[in-house]
Design a protein around this ligand. Structure first.
Ligand code: FE2
Ligand code: FE2
Length: 315
């Protein structure tokens, strides 16, 4: 479609959600042939980039042999997928289902409902993609015992803390604001691996397939959460903004307990305090706030909101 055609279309044709829902069947991972995971597994290559594993920068890590380091990298990949699946299952899918409920004042025409159902299918498929890829890693690396509980992640704990004591519509607002924080930041989270050229092709490709779907979700969440936010009263809007800030902070917070468990896979005994102290001395990682700025602009929220998000390091 050309720009000229765009201008001549009726308004509904310029609807981003309409365009997305029409393209969905051709674009998304769930509609493509399944990736041959074992065919993209090269056991000589590491499963995760070393520079994204903070425990490998701690004192004593330099004494780990190659095998121990490789086990830590494989466990880091399993942890990364466990975190991704927990975000989908605990934060995003419940919020998508909430936005289908009559009591939630979001845009709910047929196109919006279709976009939500498509997103639910995508996100559930992403959980399956993580599950399948990690299954190959467990088998090929002999790491069947490495498991992570859903509540080990800062973002899941952060959402629990933010909704504590709330019920009804107030809790719904918090849940949806957290999902918006998730959908605004997950592309960046996935990009760190999908662009890593030195790692296992299976890991890079499967993460990239996921990341491609998320660019569509960002539009869905901006549109739907925007329509919700504009229908809230000032007190509810404040609650939404507070939960969004909490969500963004939780997404940047260090997952200390999971890193301790990852290090243990290589026989490297560390404490969460040791990792926290080390991380506090490191510069904050660069981050792309573009999607967030777009969103805040849509909602009419000051960009200063981003600056209030505390920085937690060590990923
Ligand atoms: Fe996803
Ligand atoms: Fe998503």
């Amino acid at each position: 479609m050309t720009d000229t055609a765009d201008r001549d279309e009726p308004e509904y044709e310029r609807d981003l959600l309409l365009q997305l829902t029409r393209r969905w069947g051709r674009k998304v991972a769930v509609k493509k042939d399944e990736l041959d995971l074992d065919g993209h597994f090269d056991e000589r290559l590491p499963d995760f980039p070393e520079h994204l594993v903070p425990v490998l920068s701690l004192p004593g890590a330099d004494r780990l042999d190659r095998d121990a380091r490789d086990r830590i990298l494989s466990a880091a990949w399993i942890a990364y997928n466990a975190k991704t699946a927990a975000i989908e299952d605990e934060i995003i899918l419940p919020a998508c289902r909430l936005m289908l409920q009559e009591r939630i004042p979001v845009r709910r025409d047929d196109i919006a409902v279709a976009a939500l159902h498509q997103t639910i299918i995508d996100e559930h498929y992403h959980i399956l993609m993580c599950h399948n890829a990690v299954g190959v890693t467990r088998r090929r690396r002999d790491l069947g015992d490495v498991r992570f509980a859903p509540d080990i992640w800062s973002v899941v704990r952060g959402r629990s803390a933010a909704r504590a004591g709330l019920s009804g519509f107030d809790r719904d607002i918090v849940d949806i604001a957290f999902s918006l924080a998730a959908e605004t930041t997950i592309s960046g989270f996935l990009s760190t691996l999908s662009t890593a050229r030195t790692i296992q092709p299976m890991n890079r490709i499967t993460t990239d397939l996921h990341r491609r779907d998320e660019s569509g979700h960002a539009v869905v969440f901006r549109e739907l959460c925007g329509s919700l936010y504009r229908s809230l009263d000032p007190a509810q809007q404040e609650m939404f903004r507070d939960a969004l800030v909490s969500g963004l902070a939780a997404f940047r917070a260090a997952d200390l307990d999971s890193w301790v468990a990852v290090a243990a896979q290589g026989g490297f005994e560390i404490g969460a305090d040791q990792l926290r102290d080390w991380a506090a001395t490191r510069p904050a990682p660069a981050r792309d706030t573009g999607p967030l700025q777009l969103l805040l602009g849509d909602l009419g929220i000051s960009p200063d909101l981003v600056e209030t998000v505390p920085v937690h390091r060590a990923g």
